[in-house]
Design a protein around this ligand. Structure first.
Ligand code: AMP
Ligand code: MG
Length: 181
């Protein structure tokens, strides 16, 4: 299978993927890491949180090259974003040409309550997260839902909304794993 997993920063994609990795033979590919490796080779950024601040055409070029690399892989779970908040607004993580490369069978959207996401971001010192209000996060979650269904229409892949509330990680992992049965 070829699965896309996405959600706002702090929704818990990486936590879910760390658990899923122990239970699947699928390879987990982090789209941002593929883009980061390309960007580091060209000295465009120092870390992954600088990618979304690059000029849009540079982000699009990295995105397109990452899609080509990932498109050649089989049995993958791609950890990525439906929309990325940039200084120019919401940048689509999965425009048509990226979807064509990945050709997903399933699109999973990880969601949590905005106040939970705010707390998780505050506690994650490994990242340079931008501060966002409750309303900002709510809007981003909504933008991702719209984008997920647009991707679904374009590809025919179903959308699974995965709620990752605090203390409910195991339930989210189990629901995710059901798609593989
Ligand atoms: P992450 O660690 O998942 O937050 O990814 C790091 C960064 O990679 C994100 O903040 C984005 O700038 C970039 N990125 C990840 N996936 C995509 C995508 N599908 N399209 C464009 N940029 C992406
Ligand atoms: Mg992540």
């Amino acid at each position: 299978m070829r699965v896309i997993i996405a959600g706002v920063p702090g929704a818990g994609k990486t936590s879910i993927m760390n658990e899923v990795a122990k239970r699947t033979n699928h390879r987990i590919v982090n789209y941002g890491t593929v883009m980061l490796d390309l960007a580091l080779e060209e000295n465009l950024v120092k870390d992954r949180d600088e990618i979304r601040k690059l000029p849009i055409e540079v982000q699009r070029d990295l995105q397109r090259r990452a899609a080509k690399k990932i498109g050649g892989m089989e049995n993958i779970i791609v950890d990525t974003h439906l929309t990325i908040k940039t200084p120019s607004g919401y940048f689509p993580g999965l425009p048509e040409w990226v979807l064509k490369e990945i050709n997903p069978d399933l699109i999973v959207v990880v969601e949590a309550e905005p106040h939970e996401i705010m707390r998780r971001r505050r506690n994650d010192t490994s990242r340079k997260r931008d501060f966002e209000t409750y309303e900002d996060i709510k809007e981003h979650i909504l933008a991702n839902r719209y984008a997920a269904f647009a991707c679904s229409i374009l590809t025919g892949a179903p959308v699974m909304i995965l709620t990752n509330r605090d203390g409910m990680l195991e339930q989210a992992v189990q629901k995710f794993m059901e798609a593989f049965r």
